[in-house]
Design a protein around this ligand. Structure first.
Ligand SMILES: C[S@@+](CC[C@H](N)C(=O)[O-])C[C@H]1O[C@@H](n2cnc3c(N)ncnc32)[C@H](O)[C@@H]1O
Ligand code: SF4
Ligand code: SF4
Length: 346
């Protein structure tokens, strides 16, 4: 599956913890008109430094960088997040990158984090800030505190960390892009990116959360983008699949330390009902870096089968068709200030 003569890279979901309620996040769902958690067992699992070290050791191949992100996770909520980054800095050649909502912990903590991030230009934090001011921001980042995020980001940058402001464009913030870009620049962010989302679920639909009626509206400044997303949503054909993760020698570690090809396919019960080969892997809890080395996990037939499935419409997972079919899969969605910086990070 992977080219082991080259370094690997990893997307690592450190926990299933988060204190926000973003309506399109994989943690949440709108059911019976109410925004709620999708799974009962959220906010239960963390990764300690001891477990992280053991799992990292079990990879036994060079790792160029780890991105702490994940479908269910706010990485900075991990109890040992700071010592985990310290360990990577002191004992490995692996760079570390993070996606965070930034609305947790104190500015002292973020300053310390900035110092740890300093020293390797590849260490970087993406702050997910989808609006300027609380009122705008909380249309999507429900529960976030704009002023706290600004203080934290500032402290991180003062500590010597490199930060990117990543803003997803919705109707509520589409008029604030230039304001956010200017603010990012004045605070010393290294880069500002505006991102068009290809998610459409729960958009333009009234829902309730904690007794308040809300609505998340789609942007209408780029009809071109909306047309492209609509075209993609109506197609379920396999058209020349190029696995994004295989191509970049990357894999995914979920909050249980289980190994997957990418962020789109972990722990999906519906795929298990459709495909026996998927169920067999998903039901086996031992394909985890706690129990096995990376090479032992790669011996599982799952990795041959998934590669074969990309040429067979019946066995192919719907998410592989959706995200990685070349003619329909949408790949360009972020606008960076500097193309040179984009090349370094995407
Ligand atoms: C589940 S979050 C985990 C990391 C962290 N909690 C955060 O929000 O940055 C993973 C990534 O999904 C992004 N994301 C969340 N909602 C999105 C949406 N509607 N469209 C595109 N990306 C989204 C986040 O900004 C983040 O970069
Ligand atoms: S902050 Fe991140 S993990 Fe938390 S709900 Fe929002 S998108 Fe999901
Ligand atoms: S969705 Fe399928 S093809 Fe795309 S990155 Fe994941 S495993 Fe690879």
């Amino acid at each position: 599956m992977y080219d082991l003569t080259k370094p690997l890279s990893i997307q690592w979901e450190l926990n299933n913890l988060c204190n926000l309620m973003c309506p399109q996040c994989g943690r949440n769902v709108i059911k019976d008109g109410k925004l709620q958690w999708k799974y009962d067992d959220l906010n239960t699992v963390d990764t300690s430094l001891i477990t992280f070290r053991a799992a990292y050791k079990n990879i036994r191949h060079p790792v160029s960088h780890i991105r702490f992100i994940g479908n269910l996770s706010e990485p900075v909520l991990s109890k040992d997040f700071l010592p985990i980054c310290e360990f990577l800095k002191a004992e490995t050649d692996t760079a570390f990158q993070v996606s965070t909502h930034g609305s947790v912990r104190t500015s002292d903590y973020w300053k310390r984090l900035g110092k740890i991030f300093n020293g390797n230009p590849k260490n970087i934090i993406f702050f997910s800030i989808d609006g300027v001011g609380n009122e705008s921001l909380q249309n999507y980042r429900i529960g976030a505190n704009f002023d706290k995020i600004m203080k934290n980001a500032k402290a991180f940058i003062e500590g010597g960390g490199k930060a990117i402001w990543r803003m997803i464009i919705f109707k509520h913030n589409q008029h604030q892009i230039e304001e956010a870009r200017a603010l990012a620049e004045s605070l010393g962010f290294w880069e500002f990116i505006s991102v068009q989302t290809n998610r459409r679920h729960h958009m333009n639909e009234v829902y309730e959360y904690r007794g308040k009626k809300r609505i998340l509206e789609n942007q209408d400044i780029s009809s071109e983008w909306n047309d492209e997303v609509d075209k993609n949503r109506t197609s379920s054909e396999i058209l020349d699949i190029q696995c994004k993760y295989k191509e970049t020698n990357s894999f995914y570690v979920d909050y249980l330390k289980r190994v997957w090809v990418c962020c789109y396919i972990p722990n999906k019960a519906q795929f298990g009902r459709q495909h026996e080969w998927y169920a067999k892997y998903n039901d086996d809890m031992t394909n985890s870096l706690v129990y096995k080395t990376f090479d032992q996990i790669m011996e599982n037939e799952f990795y041959d089968t998934i590669q074969e499935s990309w040429n067979d419409s019946d066995t192919c997972l719907s998410d592989c068709k959706k995200f990685c079919s070349q003619s329909t899969g949408i790949t360009r969605q972020a606008k960076w200030t500097s193309p040179t910086q984009q090349e370094m990070w995407t």
